[in-house]
Design a protein around this ligand. Structure first.
Ligand SMILES: [Ca+2]
Length: 289
């Protein structure tokens, strides 16, 4: 049986000097035979929710994917407020209790709002996978990774939810790198999605080659988190207890408190990724369009 997945995200694929990974994660999820993408909700983050909404719409229409998209929180001050995305998350999880896996790829304002407005939301989820936080990946191990940094309150609220959570941090995401040879594989593929990807990935790849010159490419953050739902055996398991800084300059900074204490309910924070197997799933997904 396919896994039913809701994706909450801040897609910016194709926007100048912005991350492309949310859109790539959509495609890899849509391509996976194990996954049924039920709907996509948009949070502010890499770009505003309005731009994120049109980015998602364009990508899904290119991929001929009939998936509903709902626009959500515009700023962190929307925490706890209703909007189309939050209403849709609540309605869908209520309709299918314990069947929905939620993949959170942006700041957690929408997800935390659903939890605040419907106290049964978290316990009715099947599982929750979040891309966010950095333990040791510099400089975000000091300032906090962007998703968590942009809404530290929401991140802290969601990480304390009474449900099995998996946190895919920058530490594990940065074990995979998308390089020029991967772009070349897409360039050799003739489809409207492939043309769009070449156009949008190339400038981001070249910008990242300058920033992360040792890595020679970009880190596909959200695709790594998506891959956890496709095949969790790509990762090790590492239960621990975390806290999140809620405000200030270091908003979103995560701290590992101590070893996992099962009576408190912890978070699985994988520290290792099977990189080669991951990159195969990633590229196969992109090249299936
Ligand atoms: Ca994202």
């Amino acid at each position: 049986m396919k896994k039913r997945v809701l994706i909450d995200s801040d897609p910016a694929t194709g926007e100048r000097n912005r991350d492309v990974d949310d859109g790539l994660a959509f495609l890899v999820m849509l391509a996976s035979p194990n996954i049924q993408v039920e709907g996509i909700t948009i949070n502010f983050g890499n770009v505003g929710a309005e731009v994120g909404f049109s980015v998602a719409k364009k990508l899904l229409s290119l991929a001929h994917a009939d998936v509903p998209i709902y626009k959500g929180s515009e700023t962190k001050s929307d925490l706890g407020k209703r909007n189309a995305a939050v209403d849709y998350l609540i309605k869908t999880v209520r309709a299918y209790p314990h069947e929905i896996s939620l993949l959170a790829l942006g700041p957690l304002t929408n997800v935390a709002s659903a939890m605040i407005l419907d106290p049964s939301f978290a316990s009715n989820l099947k599982e929750l996978v979040i891309m966010g936080g950095s333990l040791n990946f510099k400089p975000f191990s000091f300032f906090g990774e962007l998703n968590f940094h942009l809404d530290g309150q929401a991140a802290s609220f969601v990480l304390s939810a009474p449900i099995q959570k998996t946190l895919i941090t920058m530490d594990v995401c940065s074990q995979a790198v998308f390089r020029r040879e991967h772009l070349q594989m897409i360039e050799n593929h003739d489809s409207s999605v492939a043309h769009y990807l070449v156009e949008t990935i190339r400038p981001w790849l070249e910008l990242n080659r300058k920033v992360f010159f040792r890595a020679k490419g970009f880190f596909p953050w959200d695709v790594v988190a998506a891959a956890y739902l496709i095949d969790s055996t790509l990762f090790n398991e590492n239960q621990c207890t975390l806290s999140v800084q809620k405000n200030g300059l270091r908003s979103g900074k995560i701290h590992e408190l101590r070893q996992f204490n099962s009576s408190e309910g912890g978070i699985n924070v994988p520290s290792k990724l099977e990189t080669e197997r991951f990159m195969n799933i990633f590229m196969q997904g992109l090249l299936s369009f």
